[in-house]
Design a protein around this ligand. Structure first.
Ligand code: SAM
Length: 286
């Protein structure tokens, strides 16, 4: 197997294929072999797993996934990587590569078509410029057992943040509604080529089978959540007034009381059960 993390091996392969890194595509490739090995191991990938990888790059994580999984499907936007991946992962017959933009893909359909009989997982060193939309799309597809991704450390902290902390926001609620985020380990900039300016972290989102909050209308729930973080450090009623003009002037304060909360509560201190109660109180009025 080609040692993809060895720069002496990879530099000629990249140069011979005229490859240069694209900042716009978030190309920071792993050059420390312990990292993809540890991601695949801690994600719990085994032969019962069907793994969707986003952005294989030159294939360091792809190799580790293919060595362990029943099936791997890797989605890569940059077709210039094809001749390189032919060399680095061409030997694996449990791998399919799709040359597409993951954000344009029907992920649930792909999982249904390609991972029949397997436990669907997602695993990736994500391009940083579109981390949040990709994580949201993977969670909202509701077809994975777990989603293990490397992201900027700051984003990983936001995913796992508790109510009332500075990192907590609408993205934390989205992640924690669909999954239980677990921070696995940090990866310093020198593990990548080119080096990013920030620390990275690997986070595992263990997808919830049951959502225990009895939320009747998830779309309304997320509208409440987004509205609640519109005006941080201000009263929740202000954000709700902006997000739900149809409630009128007094409506927001009333639904907050109906949800059993203090009238001057701030949105960033609330957890999912409280947002669920507010959404329920609003639903009774619309
Ligand atoms: N997995 C490789 C590694 O760990 O070295 C590469 C990771 S690099 C951070 C992100 C990869 O995602 C790049 O190969 C990039 O071309 C690819 N990518 C960027 N945007 C994408 C998109 N919208 N859909 C699919 N792949 C994308």
């Amino acid at each position: 197997m080609v040692n993809v993390c060895d720069i002496q091996v990879m530099k000629p392969l990249l140069e011979n294929n005229g490859f240069h890194f694209s900042k716009a595509k978030g190309q920071n490739f792993l050059i420390a072999s312990w990292v993809p090995e540890r991601i695949a191991r801690e994600a719990g990938v085994d032969e019962g797993a069907g793994v969707l990888e986003i952005g294989p790059g030159v294939g360091p994580l792809t190799q580790q996934l293919c060595l362990r999984a029943g099936k791997v499907c890797a989605v890569e936007l940059d077709r210039r990587l094809k001749p390189i991946l032919d060399v680095t992962v061409g030997e694996f017959d449990n791998l399919d590569i799709l040359w597409e933009d993951v954000l344009k893909l029907d992920v649930a359909r792909l999982v249904e078509q390609r991972f029949s009989g397997l436990r669907p997982m997602a695993c990736a060193n994500l391009p940083y410029y579109i981390t949040s939309p990709i994580v949201a799309a993977l969670l909202e597809s509701e077809c994975f057992d777990s989603i293990t991704v490397m992201v900027q450390k700051e984003v990983a902290q936001r995913m796992a943040a508790a109510p009332g902390t500075g990192d907590y926001g609408a993205f934390s609620v989205l992640c924690q509604y669909y999954a239980r985020p677990e921070l696995l380990f940090d990866v310093p900039p020198h593990c990548f080529l080119p080096q990013p300016k920030v620390m990275s972290s690997v986070v595992c989102l263990k997808v919830r089978r049951e959502k225990e909050w009895g939320i009747e209308d998830p779309e309304l729930f997320f509208r409440v959540v987004r509205g609640s973080f519109l005006q941080r450090r201000k009263k929740l009623s202000n954000g709700l007034r902006a997000a739900f003009p149809e409630l009128g002037r007094e409506g927001p304060a009333q639904v907050i009381l109906e949800a059993g909360l203090e009238e001057n509560v701030r949105g960033e201190t609330l957890g999912i059960p409280e947002f669920a109660r507010i959404a329920d109180a609003i639903r009774q009025r619309l």
